[in-house]
Design a protein around this ligand. Structure first.
Ligand code: 3PG
Length: 322
């Protein structure tokens, strides 16, 4: 197992960029498929706590089988590893369930427009919790991000407070998850793929009792009968698809986080949302007003501007690497 405290030096820089480009394209495509099946399921079977749990369960199962069959190398972990993973898993669980609850209440596109504001949360957390400061231009770039998200939220035809707050909570939780993850992966012999596998398993353990308390088997069974009569047996395939694709896109995203800075990761993640927003509006025929779309466009452009400024301001730092 390679010592991951050192940056990857083998292969030329351009080969590495191609590799990361492939990771990004795969990550984004898998994410679009996840979002579509997840929303199809939530429309027919609105139990976001259960579907969030199933996503983690599917991932855990896939990885346990992969380790047993030696498709993936079993990671060597100790108690220290699981202890340091715990806060990451709490953040992952909160961010995941909050986003899914959000999508059960509002259009997928709306959740992702609000989630495109994640860089603003990253800057605020870095500033006020980690004490890291940025040049004024970086702070100024938050204006279009926050303003664009705000405009979109105010003009959203089907605005719902739980939907909005869920996406906001998810933003905050994922900023912490990404910062802690990168720290946790540094210098460890656990690969990005296995790190995410362990994260899924621990999050599953954390989430299951809450899912049972909030929704519970009685609700799930009654809702399932309803979904079966509305949709038919294919609801089961939709549930399987959303769960498996959730794991796959996250796994690929962690494989890329292994090689890039949390900043580049969060930029890639925001750009990913453009494909999710556009494809979900087309597939679900979401009604969009021009002013609403304008808000989303301003927010995404703001993120692009922000990323350019931050990359420039951290040329020598870790974030400057890619
Ligand atoms: C989830 O369920 O975790 C969210 O849909 C994921 O949001 P992401 O696009 O930030 O991974």
């Amino acid at each position: 197992e390679a010592d991951r405290s050192e940056p990857v030096v083998d292969g030329s820089e351009s080969a590495r960029k191609v590799k990361i480009g492939i990771y990004f394209a795969t990550w984004w495509s898998l994410n679009v498929v996840f979002n579509i099946y997840n929303k199809k399921v939530l429309n027919a079977y609105p139990y976001p706590w259960l579907t969030s749990t199933l996503s983690l369960a599917a991932g855990s199962l896939i990885m346990l089988v992969s380790w047993a069959l030696r498709i993936a190398e079993t990671p060597k972990t100790d108690l220290e590893f699981w202890k340091s993973l715990f806060p990451v898993a709490v953040a992952h669980t909160i961010g995941h369930v909050a986003a899914t609850v959000s999508m059960s209440k509002v259009a997928v596109s709306f959740t992702h427009i609000i989630k495109s504001g994640e860089p603003a949360f990253s800057v605020l957390v870095s500033r006020f919790i980690l004490g890291e400061t940025f040049p004024p231009a970086v702070y100024l770039s938050l204006i279009p991000i926050i303003g664009g998200c705000g405009l979109s939220a105010l003009t959203e035809l089907n605005f719902n407070m739980i939907g909005f707050m869920g996406a906001m909570i998810s933003n905050l939780a994922f900023v912490f998850r990404n910062i802690f993850s990168k720290k946790g992966m540094k210098g460890k012999s656990v690969s990005g793929m296995n790190y995410y596998a362990c994260l899924s398993m621990l999050s599953l353990v954390i989430l299951t009792p809450f899912a049972i308390a909030v929704e519970g088997p009685q609700m799930w069974a009654a809702g399932f009968q309803q979904a079966l009569s509305d949709i038919g047996p294919q609801i089961v395939w939709w549930m399987a698809a959303q769960s498996v694709f959730y794991h796959l896109y996250n796994q690929v995203s962690y494989m890329s986080l292994d090689e890039i800075s949390p900043l580049t990761f969060s930029i890639g993640n925001t750009m990913k949302r453009i494909s999710v927003i556009v494809s979900s509006i087309i597939i679900f025929q979401t009604p969009v007003q021009p002013i609403n779309a304008l808000g989303a466009a301003i927010a995404v452009l703001g993120t692009f501007l922000y990323s350019q400024l931050r990359l420039r301001s951290s040329e020598d730092g870790e974030a400057g690497k890619l």
